[in-house]
Design a protein around this ligand. Structure first.
Ligand code: GLY
Length: 378
């Protein structure tokens, strides 16, 4: 392969659906070389959004063209608001109009919204066509492009309509992060920290020392953090692809985060990674309130996220109407709810998380009222 700088490859082991995550700089400009090895026939349809198209579509198409791969492109509106049924229908309609066949491949070029939407379209179009993820945000490179979760949102909650559908390849071009708005890079960092908190204390310590370098765009720090995150996720997905057990650990902080996002109305005022940062703090605060985790460790998590410029509580995000009762109402739509009872990922310390079924709503409301400045009344 011809990309200049160092490249790391992480394998997701899923028997005959195994695939590589390739992480490095300048990969989009060499995408043709990587794709030629995995395509069934040399035709792809690139799904991207307007912003990403302006930055990277020409580079990608030129590279595919050089490799003899025919391309079409479909541009969807940017933002979480595009992850809905009507956008999905529109996308499927365009793919069918382009006569995408089963042996063609859909390429998702962009952040989590494009990846989830295009991935779900690939999962259901003609009962499944191949797809490749080319994530251009930090959040997508460390989380949403890996592991095969695809979905659109419903008014009742986030990602409630979707499918597990693995990509054939993930090409994570670190150079794309240079054009990412600083706020989005920071938001993606929330998902990076998550891996340290789940089961890798050493990585959390590394982030405490090097998080600033990563956020200032240092290529080596980014590559290391993305590779560690992807290795961690790949290992969990390999042992529990469809989330019947351990994979739920990857949702640390997400039950809270999704509730905040529903309340925010997916209008861009609260980014997913920002909601995750608040959610991580809430998961640790709940663990402390339940006597599982020391308050010092919970404070350490908050301190680090705060130092990295991320919100750590409701008071830092603009949701003035939010109550603890509304939070719990939203959380009861979570995919981890069993028999109407809340399940949370909790922590005994940094890097020591576990899944706790049947957490009492009263304890959650008390924690929210005590630590997050959310009024407890209805
Ligand atoms: N983002 C959580 C998962 O992929 O399981």
């Amino acid at each position: 392969m011809t990309a200049g700088a160092a490249v790391e490859t992480v394998r997701v082991e899923l028997a005959n659906r195994s695939y590589d995550i390739i992480i490095g700089e300048g990969l989009l400009a060499h995408a043709g070389d990587y794709l030629a090895a995995v395509l069934t026939r040399p035709r792809v349809v690139i799904v991207t959004d307007k912003n990403v198209a302006g930055l990277h579509l020409a580079t990608l198409r030129a590279s595919l063209d050089r490799a003899g791969i025919a391309t079409d492109a479909i541009i969807v509106p940017p933002g979480e608001g595009s992850k809905n049924f009507s956008q999905l229908e529109d996308l499927l309609d365009q793919l069918l109009t382009l006569r995408v066949e089963r042996r063609d491949t859909i390429v998702a070029l962009g952040g989590g919204v494009v990846g989830d939407l295009a991935g779900f379209a690939a999962a259901i179009l003609r009962r499944g066509v191949d797809f490749i993820q080319m994530p251009t945000t930090l959040l997508a490179q460390v989380d949403s492009s890996v592991g095969g979760k695809t979905a659109v949102n419903a008014s009742q909650g986030k990602n409630l309509i979707g499918a597990f559908y693995q990509p054939r390849l993930v090409l994570a071009d670190i150079s794309a992060l240079a054009s990412l708005p600083e706020r989005e890079l920071r938001a993606g960092y929330g998902e990076v920290v998550k891996y340290g908190l789940i089961d890798d204390f050493e990585f959390f310590e590394w982030l405490e020392d090097h998080g600033g370098e990563l956020l200032s765009g240092d290529g080596a720090a980014l590559r290391h953090a993305i590779a560690v995150s992807c290795r961690s996720k790949a290992a969990i997905v390999a042992r529990d692809e469809r989330e019947s057990g351990d994979r739920a650990l990857l949702n640390l902080g997400h039950t809270f985060a999704h509730a905040l996002e529903v309340e925010g109305g997916y209008d861009g005022s609260l980014l997913h990674g920002e909601a995750v940062a608040v959610g991580l703090c809430m998961a640790f605060a709940l663990s402390t309130a339940l006597g599982l985790c020391s308050s010092q460790e919970t404070d350490r998590v908050r301190r680090h996220l705060l130092a990295m410029g991320l919100p750590v509580g409701i008071e830092q995000i603009n949701l003035p109407e939010l109550t603890a009762a509304t939070m719990v109402h939203h959380m009861l739509q979570d995919k981890k709810v069993i028999d109407g009872r809340l399940t949370f990922v909790l922590a005994r310390g940094i890097g020591r998380t576990f899944i706790q079924k049947d957490v009492s709503e009263a304890a959650v409301k008390r924690m929210l009222a005590a630590t997050a400045a959310v009024p407890a009344h209805e």
